[in-house]
Design a protein. Sequence first.
Length: 272
Amino acid sequence: MKNNLNHRFGMVIDLDKCTGCGSCMVACMAENNVPFRKDESDKLLSITWMRVFRLNNGKPFPETDICYLPRPCMQCAGLHEGHSPCVSVCPATATDYGMETGIVSQIYTRCFGCRYCMASCPYHSRYFNWWDPIWPDGMEKYLSPNVSPRMRGVVEKCSFCYHRYQLAKDKAFMDGGRELKENEYQTACTQACPANAITFGDLNNPDHAVHRMVKPDLEHGGRPQNPHAFRLLERLGTNPKVYYLSSRKWIRHAGDNYLKNEAKMKKPVHHG
């Protein structure tokens, strides 16, 4: 696949470092004015742009092994640039693919809540806003002025803190139109992680840490050449820009093709 993007902003998450503390989730909610309810017990109605999942190797103690997996929006690009699953199905063009950045945007004023994008997303990273956000008294003073709160009836998701990219570009323009430095555009979850498990940058730039960590093959959808790197559901061809690192084989298998191989081994069961 030919790479026509100026930038390909992506994320590398080291699962051997992640402790599952949830700091990335809190930072994401605070930075992006993600609404919450007084009763968050019904997780089907919760909105969490960044969600941390707990995995285990399925073995009893003392061989039990635990892994925590943070999952933002994967910022997919399909077999052809600009055709991620959600972008392809949206009838309102409320979600679009940024050819300058590789980031899948969400335009809330266009969305009318059909939720086709939610049905097409294999990573369950999109959330429907069932209610207008109501902030506790005084908390509205702490909302970020750079991100608009979303109204009910629309779908929302992680944007890789795109407003930070816009602010960084403005600063670079005022400095004479120079190129952005790696540390000038960073997501909130990246900066909040106490274990430094999340790295963010331009996958197209060989000088950025994310490129060096995964060594993406830009001619073949960005597939990682680092043997410890993998992407979720690689076989679907969505070409996510979120990569995971782990030295543990069972974690890398859990991310993708072990289900496919397992299905080949099982014999069909007939119920008569």
